[in-house]
Design a protein around this ligand. Structure first.
Ligand code: C5P
Length: 476
């Protein structure tokens, strides 16, 4: 609305506005909004004529609660889903401004995008009118998040290499805002080493991603990883970003907290199974992934109970943390925490414990090493998955594998009776255990989604976003 208003003003008023904007460091559009808001605040209230004028507000009311998304639509068949994405975002009271690449306009018209966004999309780096009104630098900065959907292989390559030869790439290079990509392309293009190299670079640069998903492609008979995430999944990733970003968390409204009112129980870390009072059986789990999920779920508005084995991490803020040592204590703490809407079992629970209690320290003596007799620990994930009552709506397990990761994880999903498995490669090359990054595959009833290697915090955010979609009736 702002840019249209500006365009319709006389040259003289535009000149004055430009000066005002330059002096205040605001865009012309913002300046117009401010003037309108001030004007409205000063005008007598028609319904109660004679009442005192309302107080001048320092900020325009619209910008106090509305988050501005800059959506960049690149040229791919998935561009048609961007129309639905705009609609979903506007339903949730986001302001959406759109930049379309030249190729995007081959798939959807600026007219239909403008009609849904409520504002003409920006298409040209050298368009005089829009450069005067906003300019690509303002476009890059006057927003709370940039979303690229669909993000094509070509656009990702340009971003990774810092190109700026059209409006979309110039904005992406000039921005100081977070960028969320929803990649969409043919599976061969997605798995091509060049695309994967670019993706790695972009993730290292701090770019967030959602999808792609596995499924049928537009090309007949082609299936695989490359479908753009569904609009609701992208919305969930956006809401999750806002819920998790420290500056936004305090001001986020309930509508922006996708897990508000939900209880999430999470297990994390290793368990320690005593051999005697001073020795124990353990494993290398750091607890980082489970703790990151607990933080992301809390940031998304959930009530979180984190049942943690012994780790060297502080309790995440806003999370009820119950510390335990053994698998049996972990099971009891989980049962005590139920009911819950979601159970996420990220702990590396020891499979065995020693039989019986050894009260005194075992002595090293001439009789040689002691014979340890082991018994199996309860399987917490399987126990909770098979509960008749109090089973969480969604039960998510983890699988740490060193080979045939997906095949083994699919078998685990069946055996344990859970709904999803997050599988990762813990072989020496995979490096998930103890490390800061994680490349996971999400195995659901619908198939396998392979997420790019990213920080454990980003895996957590993406998982929480996916859970929010599933709880709200999206694909499970
Ligand atoms: O069988 P495995 O240990 O590979 O299964 C891993 C999954 O099962 C993880 O989600 C883990 O937290 C869970 N698990 C459990 N209790 C056990 C063993 C594994 O909850 N005793």
């Amino acid at each position: 609305m702002g840019s249209l208003t500006v365009r319709n003003l006389s040259e003289e008023i535009k000149r004055r506005l430009r000066l005002r904007a330059a002096a205040s460091g605001r865009s012309m559009e913002e300046e117009v909004r401010l003037l309108l808001a001030e004007g409205a605040a000063d005008a007598p209230d028609g319904a109660q004529s004679g009442a005192r004028p309302a107080q001048r507000s320092a900020k325009p009311a619209a910008t106090a609660t509305t988050r501005q998304i800059l959506l960049i639509i690149a040229g791919g068949i998935a561009a048609y889903k961007s129309l639905d994405l705009i609609r979903r975002l506007r339903e949730r009271r986001y302001a959406v401004r759109v930049v379309m690449t030249k190729a995007a306009q081959e798939f959807v018209t600026p007219l239909s995008v403008g009609a849904i966004a409520g504002e003409k999309p920006f298409t040209d780096l050298f368009d005089q009118a829009s450069e005067f009104d906003v300019g690509h630098i303002r476009l890059a900065r006057d927003n709370d998040l940039i979303v690229v959907a669909p993000a094509t292989a070509d656009l990702m390559a340009k971003m990774a290499n810092g190109h700026a030869d059209d409006l979309a790439t110039a904005v992406l290079l000039a921005t100081n805002r977070k960028i969320l990509l929803a990649p969409a392309m043919n599976p061969a293009m997605w798995s091509n080493k060049a695309t994967q190299r670019n993706l790695k670079t972009l993730i290292a640069d701090g770019v967030l991603t959602v999808g792609p998903n596995a499924g049928e492609m537009a090309e007949s008979g082609e299936t695989g990883l490359g479908r753009m995430a569904e609009p609701l999944e992208i919305v969930a990733a956006i809401e999750n970003y806002f819920a998790g970003s420290p500056s936004a968390a305090d001001t986020a409204e309930p509508a922006h907290k996708p897990l508000a009112g939900k209880h999430v129980v999470i297990t994390a870390g290793p368990t320690h199974e005593p051999i005697d009072p001073v020795r124990y059986i353990a494993n290398r789990s750091s607890g980082k992934q489970g703790y990151a999920i607990a933080s992301a779920a809390a940031a998304a508005g959930a009530t979180v109970t984190l049942v943690s084995g012994p780790v060297a991490l502080p309790d995440p803020p806003g999370v009820k943390t119950v510390r335990v040592q053994t698998a049996r204590a972990m099971l009891l703490a989980v049962q005590a925490a139920l009911p819950a809407n979601v159970g996420i079992f990220a702990a590396a629970v020891a499979d065995w414990r020693t039989a019986g209690d050894v009260v005194q320290k075992l002595k090293k003596d001439a009789s040689g090493p002691p014979k340890l007799s082991l018994v199996e620990n309860p399987d917490i994930l399987a126990t909770v998955s098979k509960l008749k009552t109090k089973r969480p709506q969604l039960v998510v397990g983890f699988a740490a594998e060193t080979e045939k990761v997906i095949e083994h994880a699919k078998a685990k999903l069946k055996r344990k009776g859970c709904d999803w498995i997050v599988a990762n490669d813990v072989s020496a090359e995979g490096g998930a255990m103890g490390g800061d990054d994680n490349a996971v595959h999400l195995i659901t009833a619908g198939g396998v989604e392979s997420w790019p290697s990213q920080s454990k915090e980003d895996v957590a955010r993406q998982l929480v976003a996916r859970i929010a979609v599933a709880l709200n009736g999206g694909s499970r």
